[in-house]
Design a protein around this ligand. Structure first.
Ligand SMILES: CC(C)(COP(=O)(O)OP(=O)(O)OC[C@H]1O[C@@H](n2cnc3c(N)ncnc32)[C@H](O)[C@@H]1OP(=O)(O)O)[C@@H](O)C(=O)NCCC(=O)NCCS
Length: 160
């Protein structure tokens, strides 16, 4: 069983260091890893905590097992953007990633967004398939960037 909550919105016992440590732990699964692009993970998390939102999934032992980070503040285009999503390796394929996406879709709709967008690398086929199959995402564009192809996905929140 996992519990989801927005970091900073309640009396969570998780510290910011735990968030940054989780991002660091998962970084090698990203193509390319954020750190290989010179991103300072503590600054990256800080910026999202200031301007965006972080939804955490914790297990019964209060361990962080999944997390999604996103911006939901563009009231002109009413487009939310998910910048980071990962589930701990030993907790994958149990529905936690889908749960985090679902919760974020609801959150963004409730906060007046019309669209939910995200980007991932083209070889992340399982995730792209999930977005399309479970959440009705469509591919907005395919782009060559930093030596690999990225897929830009969009979920329309208006008809959900
Ligand atoms: C992508 C990720 C967040 C998915 O999290 P998850 O908790 O495993 O996802 P779910 O359990 O909800 O699985 C969703 C679907 O993915 C597929 N899937 C999950 N694990 C899979 C695996 N090992 N192999 C193939 N497909 C898999 C399944 O089709 C599943 O759909 P189903 O519920 O209909 O069976 C996780 O794999 C991850 O952290 N990957 C590394 C980081 C990453 O890729 N982040 C996204 C960057 S944009």
């Amino acid at each position: 069983m996992v519990e989801l909550f927005e970091y900073g919105a309640d009396d969570s016992t998780l510290s910011k260091d735990q968030i940054v440590d989780f991002v660091a732990e998962q970084d090698s699964f990203f193509e390319p890893p954020l750190q290989s692009r010179g991103v300072v993970l503590a600054d990256y998390v800080d910026k999202i905590l200031r301007q965006g939102h972080v939804i955490c999934a914790v297990n019964d032992e209060n361990r962080l097992v999944g997390m999604i980070m996103f911006y939901c503040n563009d009231m002109e285009t009413r487009t939310a953007f998910v910048t980071w999503l990962a589930v701990a390796e030993n907790a994958r394929a149990q529905g936690i990633g889908s749960l985090l996406i679902s919760e974020t879709l609801e959150f963004c709709k409730k906060h007046g967004m019309d669209y939910y967008e995200t980007c991932t690398w083209k070889t992340n086929e399982a995730l792209i398939a999930v977005y399309q199959r479970k959440f009705g995402a469509r591919i907005l564009k395919e782009k060559e960037e930093l030596g690999r192809v990225t897929m830009h996905l969009r979920v329309d929140l208006k008809n959900r």
